[in-house]
Design a protein around this ligand. Structure first.
Ligand code: SF4
Length: 359
């Protein structure tokens, strides 16, 4: 099986079943620095659009994967940051459309959708899933910690403009964090904004995987479920990943690491993704832990495995070091990742679930 640099998975996705990921940015390049991000803190907070990785190399890998008869439910532009920052993401979507019957999906934070060229490029996706977890500039600041050039009004106007032209499905993911954006009166405000986008589906998510910041606490499933009817159409709580079966994927140690670099997973999820026995997965994980190539972290009573960030960065540091030059310095590095304060008034109104307090 060919080794891929820009493709990963198929990984288990609670929204998209088995999803082949296409990674268009070095870690971790994003216009936001969300407190709940499962990739950790943003190290390159930027609004600069450019070819962060070679478009030709990405298309060559996709072509090879399709030729190898690769199987997935969706091909998803996601990975180590915000995919619309890559100046060629529209060409990647068009390539998938013209070379495969697997629907392409764009997972985006929507911060660049006010740009006509980004709207045009995104229009080639079968599904565009945008994030919306705030309701005004202040909440945008403490939940998503945006690049200084971003403002919330522009975010909403950009997403509305895109929705008005887009013929595919538009989904919204609302990420709720205990004590930050989850009291019903605030969720109602998010729901009112979501309504303006006329979404096909709305998903409620919470920090079931290790987040960027330790203070981020998840909501219980029951709590999320109680908020679904505030949305129109009613939101769905993203179900835990269930394997659809039907095809086999063989994994080796590097493929497991490649997946863990983009998404913390439990041993069970790794076993389901690669159709491996749990004992076999445990052997791999034991060796990787011993070699200090991955680490384990308890989150929401489950044990997750994460790839060492250094390993992720090393992957890009050699060949693409020259491409990194000239990137806007990280705001989070310059000003500290906690430049936006958490919301102190809500913390006293709403306590994290008991299992989090026991961590
Ligand atoms: S959750 Fe998405 S938008 Fe937020 S910092 Fe992480 S990659 Fe960026």
């Amino acid at each position: 099986m060919q080794e891929y640099r820009y493709l990963f998975g198929p990984v288990p996705s609670r929204r998209f079943g088995r999803s082949l990921g296409v990674d268009l940015t070095p870690p971790k390049t994003c216009s936001l620095d969300c407190v709940f991000c499962q990739l950790g803190r943003t190290t390159n907070k930027t609004m600069t659009r450019k070819a962060y990785v070679s478009l030709e190399a990405v298309l060559a890998e996709l072509g090879a994967w399709i030729k190898e008869n690769g199987k997935a439910d969706y091909i998803t532009l996601s990975g180590s940051g915000e995919p619309t920052l890559h100046s060629g993401f529209g060409e990647v979507l068009q390539f998938i459309r013209s070379h495969s019957s697997i629907p392409p999906v764009l997972l985006t934070n929507g911060t660049l959708l006010h740009l006509p060229e980004v709207q045009e490029a995104a229009s080639h996706a079968h599904i565009v899933k945008v994030s919306l977890s705030a309701w005004d500039q202040a909440s945008y600041g403490w939940v998503n910690r945006p690049h200084p050039d971003l403002n919330f009004k522009q975010l909403i106007e950009g997403q509305k403009a895109f929705r008005n032209e887009f013929k595919g499905q538009m989904w919204i993911e609302v990420f709720l964090v205990a004590g930050m954006n989850s009291i019903p009166s605030d969720v109602e405000k998010i729901a009112a904004l979501a309504d303006l986008l006329r979404p096909d589906r709305i998903h409620l998510n919470t920090a079931v995987r290790p987040p960027a910041e330790d203070f981020v606490a998840p909501l219980s499933r029951e709590r999320l479920a109680s908020l679904c009817n505030l949305f129109q159409p009613p939101a769905e709580v993203i179900a835990e990943y269930k394997d659809k079966g039907g095809f086999e994927i063989q994994a080796n140690q590097e493929e497991i690491i490649s997946m863990l670099q983009r998404r913390p997973c439990t041993a069970q999820e790794i076993a389901e993704t690669f159709s491996m026995h749990l004992n076999e997965v445990s052997k791999y994980l034991g060796k990787l832990l011993t070699d200090k190539r991955i680490r384990a972290q308890v989150m929401n009573t489950l044990l997750y495995y994460l790839a060492d960030r250094k390993e992720t960065c090393d992957r890009y540091n050699h060949e693409e070091a020259h491409e990194e030059k000239g990137i806007t310095p990280s705001v989070s590095e310059k000003s500290g990742a906690n430049a936006y304060p958490i919301r102190p008034t809500q913390l006293s109104q709403e306590s994290p679930p008991e299992e989090v307090l026991k961590r």
